[in-house]
Design a protein around this ligand. Structure first.
Ligand SMILES: [Zn+2]
Ligand SMILES: [Zn+2]
Length: 94
């Protein structure tokens, strides 16, 4: 699977300072309420992408990371520490 133009780069997180940049879908970032599920897609070591079940459903329909899929996911870049806490929160109903 291709990297889709997402490169590894450092991020300066408000909470955690400089860290490794990772991407998650906009739903996971915004939602702090009910867990949305968490699909981890790490096609390469150290290259993490996460998205929710709704995005996974879209992905399985599109069968690729199409324009439509990306618009739906609207990926945000966050630091790895934030990613971990988001993952913990949204995974908790699986
Ligand atoms: Zn999503
Ligand atoms: Zn952070």
């Amino acid at each position: 699977m291709s990297r889709n133009g997402f490169e590894d780069f450092d991020i300066d997180c408000e909470k955690h300072g400089k860290g490794i940049a990772v991407t998650v879908c906009c739903h996971l970032v915004k939602n702090n309420g009910a867990p949305l599920g968490f699909i981890e897609n790490s096609s390469e070591p150290g290259d993490f992408q996460g998205w929710c079940y709704a995005c996974e459903h879209m992905f399985s329909q599109e069968e690729d990371k199409t324009e439509r899929f990306r618009k739906f996911c609207n990926f945000s870049v966050i630091c790895e520490e934030c990613y971990r806490s988001i993952k913990e929160h949204h995974e908790s109903n699986t």
